[in-house]
Design a protein around this ligand. Structure first.
Ligand code: PCA
Length: 209
């Protein structure tokens, strides 16, 4: 069976929870439309997170890779459209690294597009009455680092598609927040849409904000 890799991150910045970790764990073992979902958790550390992601891709040979992360302060589930070649950390990662103004891949392209159908995902989530919008920045911390590293890894081939989705805080972490049940429902819908829709929908006004 073809596999789908869904990753989350361990808690960071002194927090004790990260919804992305919990969603990835809940999705592990889910089977849908001939695909087997592997849920895994990445360390919140520059480089180490990417090494682990590459190892997981090697091990599971997925056709689709969706990385999840927490974006405190956001009010919606946000598929990221673009990853940029920049590490610039406001806080230290879980191993004490705090790179500033550094490329992720020296000499690499400035940016990579997600190969997930981000508009179709937002449409499907809104149809299910879940708040969703396309985001144009995954930040410059470990999430963008992993997203860029993933797209760099997947460049020049069409077999494996990949991208990144940020989720809001859990109610226990602060406001604005979304319940874990709704986030899980949203990410299941996003995975299903990514499997079904290979070419994203085009919208008259561009993307779904
Ligand atoms: N969010 C952070 C890193 C890990 C996570 O869940 C970010 O947005 O970069």
């Amino acid at each position: 069976m073809a596999s789908v890799l869904v990753t989350g991150f361990e808690p960071f910045g002194g927090a004790t929870e990260n919804p992305s970790e919990q969603i990835a764990r809940r999705l592990h073992g889910w089977q849908l439309e001939g695909h087997d979902v592997v849920g895994a958790v990445l360390p919140c550390a520059f480089h180490a997170a990417l090494r682990e992601l590459r190892r997981l891709i090697e091990q599971h040979d997925p056709v689709l890779v969706i990385c999840l992360g927490q974006a405190g302060g956001r009010v919606a589930i946000t598929p990221e459209r673009v990853a940029i070649n920049l590490d610039d950390a406001r806080i230290a990662d879980n191993r004490g690294a705090q790179p500033s103004d550094r490329p992720i891949v020296r000499g690499g392209p400035t940016a990579y597009w997600s190969t997930l159908p981000v508009n179709a995902i937002v449409q499907q989530l809104r149809t299910a009455r879940l708040p969703a919008e396309v985001s144009h920045t995954a930040g410059t911390f470990v999430c963008n680092h992993v997203f860029y590293g993933l797209m760099h890894e997947l460049r020049g081939q069409r077999r494996i598609r990949g991208g990144f989705i940020h989720v809001p805080w859990l109610p226990s972490q602060g406001k604005p927040a979304m319940s874990l049940v709704r986030m899980e429902q949203g990410i299941r819908l996003a995975v299903t849409t990514a499997i079904r829709v290979r070419r994203d929908v085009k919208l008259p006004g561009g993307v779904l904000h």
